[in-house]
Structures are given as C-alpha cells and as structure tokens.
Design a protein. Structure first.
Length: 691
C-alpha cells in the first residue's frame, strides 16, 4: 500500500510509503482519502500523517506532469483532511515540499524533525500551489513571509519554520511526540482553516511584484502567485482556494510550465549521466589548479567549498601572493554574503595552498590548468604536470575554445586527459562542460561526472570543436548580431530586443562586461577576419580606439562614474562606416525581427552541433544555454524553443532567409530530416535515453 494505516490506542497513523520520495501519485492521494475514512470509521481520536524513510512527502509525482489532472485531486483530499472532526497532526520526518507541505498545512498541528526542509517550489515549475498553499500559508506566517517562500520557491529549514510559526514544535522523533502530545493541547490547536485571514501587507506585495519584474522577467507565474497570496488577506478562505485552483489549472497547461518542466527533467537526467560511465575507484579529494587569476581562483574556491584540498600553482612568488589575495577575497565574500559561516570560511581557506613552480607538488587526484588561452602555454603546463605528478592523476584543461585532442598529443597517457570547462565565476555558474577527447577513457569521464555532482554543477558532455557547445553557439549569436549592425540595427536596439526575449543580458553589454580584448584575441586566433561574413568592428574598437569594455570605461557603450552603459556616438559612427564600406543600405528592424534572426542563427548552429555529434542530445544544448549563457529558463532552452516554433514554420523561415541570402543561410539538414518524418528535436532526447 502507498499509504499505510496503523492504530495505536486512539491514534490513527497514516504513513506515506511511496519510496524513495513518497511522491503524491494518484494512488497516494487515493490512499490518503481511504485512510482518513477508515480511521474515522474505526473511531480514531486523533489522526497523524507522516512519511516512511527520511522523507515526509517531496511533492507531486513527476510521471503525472503534463497530463490532465487525475482524481482524486489533492485540493479535494485536503479539504476533507482539514474538515475532519478529530485533531490532525503532521509529523514531518523529512522534506515536505509542494503538495507535501500543503498536506501539513491542512493539519491542525505540525511537528518537524530538525533536519526537515519545507517549501512550495511550484513557481519554479511555472505554476502556483494548487491545494491551498497560497491561502493557508499566509494564515500561519503572514503575507510577507509567505510571499518570500512561494514566489522564490526556496525551501526553509525546520528551525526557521518554527520561528515563523509554520510548525508548532521541533522533535527528533516527530511521530513519537505526536502520539504523546496532550489531548488538551490538541483540542485547543487551530489549523489555518480556522485561523483569521492575515493582515493586508501592501508594502510586501509591492516589493515582491517589483522583485518579480526585475529578477523573474517574462515569467507569468510569479505575479499570479503574488496576487493569490495578497488575496488571502481579503477573500474568504473558500473563495481564495477556488481562485488558487483555477490559476493552478490554467498555468499547468501553459507553454511556460511545459518549458520549465522540460528544464527540470533535463537537469535531473544530467545529474544521472554519470551512471553511463564507470564509477571512479576513489573520490577526488585533492586537486591542483594552475593559475590563480580570476578563473583559477574561482575554480579552486569551488573545489575547496566542495571539500577538496587544493594547491594553486603560480609561476613565481609575486604571482602566488596575488593568487592568495584572490582566494582570501572569495572566502571573505562568501562569509559576508552568508553562503559560508565564519567557521566554514576558515575551513575552506585551510584547504587552499598557493605555491610557486612545480617543484615538490603534492600527489593529487586531479590537476586542471586555468591559464591564458594560448596553445603553447597550456601544452608546457601539462608537460610540467605530467612530470611532477603520479601517473594516475587526472589531467584537465579549462580551455574555452582550444582543441582538446591536440593538447593531449604529447602526453604519455592521454586517456586520463579531458576538458573541464567551467564558466565564470566558476563558484557561481552551474554549467560544467565535460569535454571528451578522442582518447579520453570512460573511467576519466566517470570521474568528471562524479566531480560535477560533488560540486553541485550541471554537467553537459561535449565533443571537441572550436568553442565546444556553448561558445560555438555564442560565436554564431554574436556574428549574426554584428551582421544586423551592418544592415541597420544599433547595439542598444539588439540588446533591448534580446533582453525582451528573456536573455539575461544582450550580446553587447555582455561583451563589454567580459572584455573586448578577449573577443579580439579570439578573432585573431580563429583568423575570423578572413571569413566573408565577418564584421570588423571589434578590431576597430580595440585597435583604433583602445575600447576594451567596462574595464576601460568604453566598449560598445560609454561608461560614466556610475558604470551605466550609455550609447556611444563614436561606436555609432564606426558602425555606419562599416555599413558604407560593405555597400549596405541601412534599414530599421523591429525587436521581433532582431530576435528571429539571432535565434534562427543559434538554432541552425545547434543543429549542426547535433549532426556532427558534438552534443549527444538536444537537451544538452538546452542546459548549456540556460546555465551558461542566460537563455530564458522559461522558454525551456534553445532546442525546446525551436520545437515550440513548429517544424513547418521553422523550415519556411529558413527557406526564406536562404532565398534572400544563399551564401549565409540554408535549411538545417537535421530539421529537414525530422520534419519529413513528423518528428521533433525532443524525439532525439527520448531516442538517446532509450538507446
């Protein structure tokens, strides 16, 4: 049985037993309803709900996502629970998330284990709580605290839940306390359904709406959730619950909810990819990072916060001192921001050691270089590392573009070599591209995936090409944006259009932040200036005007004392000059036209990456773009977005572009093949998963 009923004296104990997470399938919901009725029929004087194992209820059953709601509906079950004539107690033995917390909210008394986590993460999936969360929670903890939990979707610890009034008591054994609790105390307990409406809090509502507009741009669920929580202060409970349920059903069927579910499941699949490779003989407990600049220090800090002892190698004592300063700064920032306690901060710093040169390096499980993007520099580093370290040490490069196969050519054992492409800042960004060289062993890849899990990263497997998955698509993105500049657009128009689409930043503001010198070096390395469609604007800004971006106060934009980007007359003049030299008659573009051109270019490049086997699955590209490049999560990633446009429409758009510009555009062969078979890009994900 998915819900077990046991009687102990006058207490009926309903235990959710749907291993491993006690998810709320239709069978569990039906079991809860049957259990309540059986308990009442057998004369129980109190009802206790709890979970088997280490979890109370971790939320909805993912297998029902995307399907029409299946009876019995949780909101109906919980109305029955809230209306029982006997006292009800939630013995929260572990995670109570989503519908799990809503079950606890429908009880009159809540006891939580100290390690329990409580949360309503539905907004993260593009929906709102649908079984009372937005109405019952504010009645216990107030509008402001409820907004913080519901709109962010973040779970809180049991101790905080106690201080807020979400739970009534903490206990190491919640079930034992629920059985022993005094009858008089229970008789006086009042659940949310018997509590008065919370106080109106217009300031909290306004602040959360502003937060949603600023940080959750384009998402439809957050403002709806705010409105529902606000309404809990003015509507009768029954009306509020009905309004909540209607919103839940509407959002559940929305395109955004489908997209967010896609990302959610894709992330879960990525976390399990390590099972495809041999389990490492031992965990990575020690590491060497070559280079203590911004990237190297950030990688080392990420390792140290993951419990790995790290030695940072610099070329001399002066550089080692700078690296130590960078590391201390990261630790201090972690403590100041509350991501580390003071004690944890010292522990992390204690795992970090800086040295000058390769003499007397300690043995290490992994060594990774984070040096300048120069082929000869990196090969020299690996020669030093191979000579100084045991033969079983895994060697990795953090290169963003260089050929991983050629970097491994001089190694005695290239099977232990791979790319681990972290994204800046490495301790914040979730994406980790694991780059498989032509000689990388399955055991080495298994170690890479195990490292990603340990560090809490989202791993994406990539083959070898210039830029791998993410930066190769980024290059095409920027190329197309630059072509739009030549044809008539301006940087601010393109940035605004792409931000309106949902990108975290537009291409020009982002390039100013990373530095035009980096883009310039990459253009020189690739000899991109020799390609017919290259637009020579970065070279002019760097060579002729020394504009390197924010760091010099001038790049695509001008930056004043406040650091805000301002349209540059000089850049506008250069753009017009390049247009004239190319013989282009400038024209205006709508935001929609800009977005279409750029996203179609990105999709075409992504299809080529799939056809070449650089990415194994479309969902890998989705994760790379969402977690590494600010692609809107609520659009499901680039490939999910492509599917949402429809194969027929996509092919027509590419055909029109190819007719107008046959040198620059063609119908992607992969899309043509899929369309001919009536298949989607997502069908390739399923095919790989079942292979």
């Amino acid at each position: 049985m998915s819900v077990d009923l046991n009687l102990s004296g006058g207490a009926a104990i309903l235990t959710f037993d749907n291993a491993p997470l006690n998810l709320l399938s239709a069978e569990v919901r039906a079991g809860l309803m049957r259990g309540m009725d059986a308990a009442m029929a057998q004369g129980a004087t109190r009802l206790i709900v709890t979970g088997a194992g280490n979890t109370f209820v971790a939320g909805a059953d993912a297998r029902e996502f995307g399907l029409p709601p299946i009876e019995p509906h949780l909101n109906d079950v919980l109305l029955h629970l809230a209306g029982l004539a006997i006292p009800t107690i939630a013995a929260i033995n572990g995670a109570a998330l989503g519908g799990g917390l809503e079950i606890a909210l429908a009880c009159r008394y809540r006891i939580a284990a100290p390690g329990a986590q409580l949360g309503l993460p539905e907004v993260v999936l593009g929906i709102v709580p649908g079984a009372g969360g937005t109405q019952r929670l504010p009645r216990l903890i107030g509008v402001k605290a409820a907004l913080d939990m519901i709109v962010t979707g973040k779970a809180i610890a049991a101790g905080k839940a106690l201080s807020l009034g979400l739970v009534d008591k903490l206990a190491d054994n919640p079930l034992a306390v629920a059985l022993a609790i005094d009858d008089a105390l229970l008789a006086a307990a009042r659940g949310p359904d018997e509590q008065p409406a919370p106080q109106v809090d217009e300031d909290a509502v306004a602040a959360m709406l502003a937060h949603a507009k600023r940080r959750l741009t384009g998402q439809i669920a957050p403002p709806i959730a705010v409105g529902l929580v606000a309404a809990s202060a003015t509507l009768p409970l029954a009306e509020g619950l009905a309004r909540e349920r209607a919103a839940f059903l509407d959002l559940r069927a929305s395109a955004q909810a489908r997209a967010l579910r896609h990302v959610f499941f894709t992330e879960r699949a990525a976390g399990n990819r390590g099972r495809d490779y041999p389990r490492p003989a031992r965990d990575i407990a020690t590491a060497i990072v070559v280079g203590g600049g911004n990237m190297g220090a950030s990688i080392a800090y990420a390792f140290a916060t993951g419990g790995i002892a790290v030695t940072i190698v610099e070329r001399d004592a002066t550089a080692a001192g700078r690296a130590e300063d960078n590391l201390r700064k990261l630790v201090d920032q972690g403590v100041a921001r509350g991501t580390l306690s003071a004690i944890d901060g010292e522990a992390v710093h204690g795992r970090l050691t800086t040295v000058a040169g390769y003499d007397n390096l300690p043995p290490a499980d992994l060594a990774i270089e984070a040096a300048f993007e120069d082929f000869d520099v990196k090969r020299a580093i690996f020669a030093e590392l191979e000579a100084a370290l045991p033969p079983e040490t895994i060697l990795a490069t953090n290169t963003s573009y260089l050929d991983v196969n050629r970097l491994a050519d001089d190694l005695k054992n290239p099977t232990r070599f791979l790319g681990l492409h972290f994204f800046s800042p490495a301790h914040v960004m979730k994406l980790l591209e694991i780059v498989k060289g032509e000689r990388t062993s399955p055991e080495t890849l298994g170690a890479g995936f195990a490292l990603a899990r340990r560090l809490g990263k989202v791993p994406v497997l990539s083959g070898v090409c210039d830029g791998f998955i993410g930066n190769r698509i980024l290059t095409r993105y920027r190329q197309e944006a630059n072509l739009l500049l030549v044809e008539g657009a301006l940087p601010a128009e393109i940035d605004a259009a792409m931000q309106g689409f949902g990108m975290a930043m537009g291409p020009y503001e982002a390039q100013d932040m990373s530095g035009l010198d980096i883009a310039y070096a990459n253009i020189r390395r690739q000899n991109a200036g020799a390609t017919p469609r290259h637009v020579p604007l970065v070279e002019r800004l760097v060579e002729d005007h020394k504009r390197l971006g924010r760091k010099t106060g001038a790049g695509w934009y001008d930056y004043g004392a406040e650091g805000k980007p301002v349209v540059s007359a000089l850049v506008t003049e250069e753009i017009h000059r390049v247009s004239a030299e190319a013989g282009k008659t400038r024209r205006s573009f709508t935001a929609e036209g800009i977005v279409e051109r750029i996203t179609l270019a990105m999709i075409a490049e992504a299809c080529a990456i799939l056809d070449e086997g650089i990415a194994e699955r479309p969902q890998d590209i989705d994760l790379a773009l969402v977690h590494g490049y600010g692609f809107p999560r609520w659009r499901g990633g680039l490939m999910h977005h492509a599917d949402s446009l429809g194969a027929k429409d996509l092919l027509a758009r590419y055909a029109a572009l190819a007719t107008a510009d046959p040198q620059g555009w063609a119908v992607p062969p992969l899309l043509a093949r899929l369309a001919a078979k009536g298949l989607t890009l997502d069908s390739l994900n399923a095919a790989k998963a079942n292979a």
